[in-house]
Design a protein around this ligand. Structure first.
Ligand code: DGJ
Length: 727
């Protein structure tokens, strides 16, 4: 960002970036109000901004508060808003309702482009009666994301209890449908759609991690909004602890999306001079969900630490050997992995202390003498000699009661008091906000990273935080724990800048923009059944770009569902992400390995496109088929997958549209091997490929997007790839 620069008007701020506009009203006594968040409005003069403010001012209505209701980004009853308050808190029961007055505003504009200027607005306010200070930071990023956060400070010499700080963004009346997500272990990010009716729809997460059942992205949109069409306004809370995300509509014609950290009772007690800062709340507007996602993806790609090297093909040992770690067996796995083209070998759970199963030893981060009598050196030497990077699994925030660490420091376990919370996966949570525990874990991880050539940590977190109290204070500790984990990650990254870190949490239980500020990929799910993965990956991708999504090829029979899938379906599914293998390939047949090699070669050829392009999803009406792909930023090429997730009422399914291409340019479309033949047996049943697939076809982008191409009829749970190149 450059130095503060002139804005059209001191009390009206108009930020524009990448087809989005944010107009803020900073005038009068109340906190900033959003006059417009959505599509770009073009250049607006000062007079037009003032007219917009007048045009959007609410009239007062009978038998309600006499003043016009002003709904700021931190809504207050004192401004007439009777919905969910922005600040919930009190000072010994008093000062329960805030009335902030703005004391100063700072504007920082980013580089101007023909489409406008992104920028940051910082608003300082005070409530002199409640003795509170407030700082609001509201940004429009160059990718057109709005993000905001608040800091509440206690100016008095008595404690102020903060129960919630909810930030909001308004959406227009056209937003009549909601989309958010639910899920559980092995089925993350399952979409749910509801009408956006009057009242409050609130998604609370109290699991102490981002959670399987978090709202993830809460989107409000116009009737029937889809991947490519309709207007969509979406929010995400960038926080890996408890949080609340909501959509609220009132009869005043106010509709808004809101979110904040979910603070447990007494968790945030501000002493004199203390302050509390909320997580960032992100807002994305788009025509269709893909445009919303593209903003998040571009924002993540602009992170200074975003991986710039080609995403290496991973072999992870978990589903190959589980806890049965044996040097010879793992060397053989590494040899086979190298032979098919893998580039990174990750040793999963079971290498430390007495960890021979999932009941013990978390916390004892010393290499096991029993199974690794010479340390990990013999394995890391072998792996690196094969020119594979070495990765190691850790779960630093956890502790087993059956561990040397717990025996030495039973009081380092998070608990509501003397009583321990119930175990989950036989484990408890280590209080990382406790300096001694933090120093021990930092020291152990640092030592391992220093001793071994570790390029990658798979950082796991396998239980919810239940009754997670701090024994030193007796108070709830999820907030402190979340910040301690962030600090730990930041510290390790600064000590070992080259090391990549994956955020894993019983699969995909910790996927959010807070953890992604300090990690390099997420493990999408423990379920690597390709059929389930089609859904889980599609919806993880609504926020996270493909290069940050761990997508592995599992065994022929899925370990978590018992379904069987051919390699082409498994590999064609894993292709759309950061590709890996999680299968004992030492037991695979030579033909299977040969085919896997071809898929790996294709992944390597396509990864520059897959990991920098725009993710697109057609709105294919037939629920049994999905069409998704990636289009290069310069629109010169694309790859699409047609996926049959079930049998269809239609036979064949009909034309598939290929969105996202340059409408004017002509493209050549051809099936992409491997996986371009629906199935050897299909022809015996009269299932032939469409005519165009024989030679390929050349058509303008507009035709491909609007008229589309006849789709091949596929057996259920099969896919084909299409390669599209500008002529
Ligand atoms: C849960 C992870 O999601 C798995 O991939 C594996 O690492 C296990 N934990 C190991 O305990």
């Amino acid at each position: 960002m450059s130095a503060p620069s002139l804005m059209p008007s001191p009390d009206l701020v108009h930020l524009r970036a990448a087809g989005t506009a944010l107009v803020l009203d900073l005038s009068a006594d109340t906190l900033p109000r959003v006059l417009h968040w959505g599509a770009d409005l073009g250049n607006l003069s000062d007079a037009h901004l003032r007219a917009l403010r007048l045009a959007s001012r609410r009239q007062s209505i009978g038998f309600s508060v006499d003043q016009p209701v002003e709904v700021s980004v931190l809504p207050e009853q004192s401004a007439g808003w009777l919905g969910t308050p922005g600040l919930v808190g009190h000072r010994g029961g008093a000062d329960f309702s805030s009335a902030f007055r703005v004391t100063g505003t700072e504007l920082t504009a980013g580089e101007g482009t023909p489409e406008g200027r992104p920028g940051t607005v910082v608003v300082h306010a005070r409530d002199a009666v409640a003795a509170l200070a407030l700082t609001l930071t509201i940004e429009l990023t160059p990718e057109g994301l709005v993000r905001q956060r608040a800091t509440v400070g206690n100016l008095a010499d008595t404690p102020f209890a903060v129960d919630a700080v909810n930030l909001t963004l308004p959406v227009p009346p056209a937003a009549v449908e909601l989309l958010d997500f639910t899920g559980h272990h092995l089925r993350e990010r399952s979409p749910q759609r509801t009408a956006f009716t009057q009242g409050l729809r609130v998604r609370e997460n109290r699991t102490g991690r981002t959670g399987f059942d978090s709202a993830y992205v809460l989107a409000a949109g116009s009737q029937g909004f889809g991947n490519c069409g309709g207007e969509v306004w979406a929010v995400h809370t960038a926080w890996s602890g408890n949080h609340r995300t909501f959509a609220e509509r009132t009869f005043h014609s106010v509709a808004l999306l809101g979110s904040g950290e979910l603070l447990l009772s007494g968790e945030m007690l501000l002493g004199p001079g203390d302050s509390y800062t909320t997580p960032w709340q992100y807002g994305a507007y788009g025509r269709g969900l893909d445009e919303v996602s593209a903003r998040f993806h571009r924002h993540l790609r602009a992170r200074p630490h975003h991986p710039s090297s080609p995403r290496p093909v991973v072999v992870n040992t978990w589903e190959a050997v589980y806890f049965d770690q044996d040097l010879d067996r793992l060397k053989q796995l590494a040899d086979t992995a190298a032979a098919v083209g893998a580039e990174r070998f990750v040793l999963d759970d079971g290498w430390f202390g007495a960890r021979r199963d999932d009941r013990r030893a978390l916390g004892d981060w010393y290499v096991s003498d029993e199974i690794w009598p010479k340390g990990l050196g013999p394995l890391t030497d072998h792996v690196t000699a094969l020119r594979l990077e070495f990765g190691l699994w850790v779960e630093p925030e956890m502790i087993n009661e059956d561990s040397d660490l717990a025996r030495a420091h039973p009081d380092w376990i998070m608990a509501p008091g003397a009583r321990l919370p119930g175990a989950a996966r036989n484990q408890q949570v280590l209080d990382l906000a406790r300096p001694e525990a933090y120093a021990y874990i930092l020291g152990r991880l640092d030592a391992l990273l220093t001793e071994y050539p570790i390029a990658y940590l798979k950082w796991d977190h396998n239980r919810d935080l239940v009754e997670a109290g701090r024994r030193t204070t007796g108070r709830a500790g999820v907030h402190d724990q979340t910040l301690a984990v962030y600090r730990l990650l930041d510290e390790l990254r600064s000590r070992h800048p080259g090391v990549e870190i994956e955020s894993c949490s019983s699969g995909g239980g910790r996927v959010d923009l807070g953890i992604l500020e300090r990690t390099d990929r997420v493990w999408v799910s423990d379920c690597i059944d390709a059929l389930e993965r089609q859904q889980i990956q599609r919806w993880t991708n609504v926020l996270v770009p493909l290069e940050l999504m761990g997508t592995h090829v599992g065994s022929p029979v899925s370990h978590t569902t018992g379904r069987s899938h051919p390699l082409d379906f498994r590999a064609g599914t894993a292709l759309f992400g950061h590709f890996g293998i999680e299968w004992d390939i030492t037991s695979a047949a030579p033909e299977e390995l040969e085919r896997l090699k071809q898929w790996i070669a294709l992944y390597k050829e396509l990864r520059p496109l897959l990991h920098s392009g725009t993710a697109v999803h057609a709105d294919h009406a037939d629920p049994a088929y999905q069409v998704h792909g990636v289009v290069a930023e310069d629109l010169s090429e694309a790859v699409y997958a047609l996926v049959a997730t079930g049998t269809s009422e239609l036979y064949p399914t009909g034309a598939m549209r290929l969105p996202g291409l340059d409408a004017e340019a002509v493209y050549r479309v051809r099936p992409q091997a491997p996986g371009d033949i629906p199935d050897g047996n299909a022809h015996n049943w009269g299932m032939h490929l469409p005519w165009w697939t024989e030679e390929g076809v050349e058509l303008p982008g507009a035709v491909l997007a609007e008229a589309g191409l006849q789709a091949p009829a596929l057996h259920p749970e099969r896919l084909v790839l299409l390669r599209v190149t500008r002529v």
